[in-house]
Design a protein around this ligand. Sequence first.
Ligand code: PMP
Length: 445
Amino acid sequence: MTALSDFFTEQKRLFTATHPKTVALAEQAKSVWRGGVPMHWMHDWASPVPLYAERAKDATLWDVDGHAYDDFCLGDTPSMFGHGREELQRAIAAQAGQGVGFMLPTRSSLEVGRLLKDRFGLPVWQCATTASDANRAVIRWARAITQRQKILFIDGAYHGMVDDAFVVLKDGQIVHKTGLIGQVADLTQHSVVVPFNDLTALESVLRTGEIAAVMLEPVMTNCGMILPIEGYHERLRALCDETGTLLVYDETHTLSSGFGGYVSEHGLRADVLTVGKAIAGGVPAAVWGVSAEVAARMDAAQAAIGPGSSGIGTTLSGNALAIAGMKAMLSEVMTPDAYAYMQASAETLVAKLRAVIAQHQVPWSVVHVGARAELVFADPAPQTAAEMRHALDPHLLEALHLYLINRGVLIAPFHNMMLISPKTPPEAIDRLVAAVEGFITEYTR
Ligand code: PMP
């Protein structure tokens, strides 16, 4: 096995030698952007400096040095249906020429509401600008209509820039996430955390009758991918019904599971559903839908306080541009055919990765839901975030990602997520699999 330090030295040298324009831009950017990047996550890639994107089309991204990358990150989901989609371009350009921000509904907004209702099955919708915003609004409403203060989250979850959700389990205790800077209130007073797939812990917390809502992803996607155990969602639903707790599914990432997202594909029932990122193809937009019962309770709470709920929402939410983006995506891009292709191609990727793992006998596995696959450095794949944290060796992760970047392949930073778009060609899948195999033979042997 190649020594870690030698491996990184060689891969970083290779990157720097082949990316002179990128390196020069990164150097200049230090004078105007904090840390040299407009948003700090852009630092979280394994390359010595972030790539500078020149443009992207379908499932290919080109950097300023002229290298092409097979993009399996797809912006960490917003571009899940491919970059530079003409349907979106047409809709956005047309709306931009007719005004984008009126603080008024447009004809298209009615159509978008109907499309959301038909696709996701919930009858009443609201807009937000990001999935983070949508989740924050939902948490506030859940507390308002249940008159309960606590929200239950799953250990290892990420729901965006949502204060309440910045809690984790550490040695069995609920604590603030490290990195939660400037926090004044003690979140552990009103946020409860249980491990994923732990129905005993879930039941004991819900039976306290203190929980306003459970907010979770149907499949965990942000600490590696963790699938629910058999019967998990059914039991969760039953416990929420028995205890008067709202069940909120965050489908922001699992929208890739199928035409109506994971919840609809698997016949689950949500009281509230939030979706962002890809819903307008990466144009900032998010939505949240509620059941008829929740809508009625919201109306009653609203009647009690009078008109307006200032502070729940932002000026740009539901603006004409976001609506135009959602209309194009929902009606022209996110089609059953697109999903069928994504699903079939993801299955091909999974089968090929598993074959490579078996052939080289590395102790890894591949987890998969819909168009999303995850290479996990453990076999069997973990069922909780605690197990996943143990498996996610940060050095191995960085080494793999850097190796892939140097071979023209992008996967999502932080873990090993690979997302298939309707535009991802079979050859790109083969190149990804070959690069993973190259890493195994060059690095782990
Ligand atoms: N929910 C989930 C499940 C997410 O993964 C994320 C972001 N990765 C968000 C919400 C927040 O999305 P945004 O950054 O667009 O607000």
